[in-house]
Design a protein. Sequence first.
Lengths: 248, 296
Amino acid sequence: MSLHDLSGVRAAGAAPADLSPWSEEGRRFGPVTARLRGVRRIFAGRAVLDGVDLEVRKGEFVALLGPTGTGKTTLLRILAGLDRADEGDVGVAAARSVVFQEPRLVPALRVWRNVVIGHRRSAASRKLAAAALDEVGLVRHADAWPRTLSGGEAQRVALARALVQEPALLLLDEPFAALDALTRIRMHGLVQQLLSLSNRVVVLNGGRVRLDAPVDMPRPRARTDRAFENLRQRLLAKLDVAADEPPI
Amino acid sequence: MSFAGSAAVEAAALGGDQHDAEPGLHLVDLGAKAGPASERSFLSAARGALRVLVPVGLLAAWQTVSGLGLVEPAVLPSPLTVAEAFGELIGTGELQAAIPASLHRALTGLILGAGTGLVLGLFAGLWRIGEQLFDAPLQMLRTIPFIATIPLFIIWFGIGEAAKVALIYAAAIFPVYLNTYAGVRGVDPKLIEAAKVFGLKPRQISLRVILPTALPSILVGIRFSAGIALLALVAAEQINARSGIGYILNNANQNQRTDVIIAGIIVYALLGIVIDLVMRWVERLALPWRASLVFA
């Protein structure tokens, strides 16, 4: 897997020994799609990211948690290549795509043109778009204008646009946050079904990775499950939420 | 329409047992429009009739005042006299010769001016160097009322066709420039960022994201320019016109033919309406994705 060098002012050196807690588990997954070492990003004198080490392999579904302002979006923007680290090494798969918080569809282009925006207009790209739209259940809307879509539909088009790139690394920046609860559940199901991934949760707090743990309970997961509850308590602790606080 | 029942339902939904103690909320009626459909269509027909009646009434008043001789015909001839002047202009073939001549001037100036404004606006919008080179000078020139430059244009270009077309050209540049520049700069940076993530090169971003998204603004600029081109045409045709509507007006002025002058003014107005209709039609064709925004 060739990694794009997106590191900061300090150029990437040779890859040092694998520090990831996943080095042994690594065989379970595909090649590395993102590798961060000692990544720092400073905004106005404040280190939003203060030495982040993270490695993601193909086939992993990593949920990045953290209180607001701990640099989740900054980290994602660095991985996407939209922002540069001030220090540290960043290697990211060239084939990557992003689903943003908003759909970010070009209003002047039909849905299918938005899906294959990186491709030339051709019969082949049209076919490609139709296939991707079929996966998210919107093939009927291929010729619609983005403004005629509902919020959930537009976000599904954005997902189709990301999938068309056949990304080794798919970055999702809370893409379903603005949707209603029911649509959100359905969209999470769609992503799971499309990608059939194993799970891992990473907690970012104070600019560093505080917890990096697998989520290996079988689905469907009940909230009353002992292992699930244990993990939940660990996550809440790392997120500075007292364990006995009532759930929101 | 009574809402007593609904109020009770609402109170029950909110508080359960409170609905006995609290008086019903005052609800605003946002239901279907009152009155049967036939009544509504009658109302809208009446409104439509009113829109026609007022201008027709004004015309009738004008005819009465002039017809009774209350106003000197040399000051304000009656509508019928103006209509006769129209007939005269068409009969002699003057009008048929004048309109193409005037349109030719206006369109030549407009196409060249709008083209220049478009190129400059895109250049300034897409490249910083373009903005630095000519945004400031254009913003300064824009503040000059173009009619004030007529004497200068006469010195530079004489009193022939060149001066007329040049004046229209100069006036038509600015609306297209300003709206193109603003349209390009107004494209949501998030869209451009997303396009970058999906591997689009700067040229592709310009063609696939920025230009189509800025097109509504560009077309508004062209519509403004078309209006200004007409204004500049009227001004330019005051300079020694040997053809066109301005020529008719000049002759009528020398011959004290107020009726012909009014007929000429009406021709200018009709040209303005036609230009606007054409531009609206072009916008509808060019911006199908905006059709969904228009409500009723």
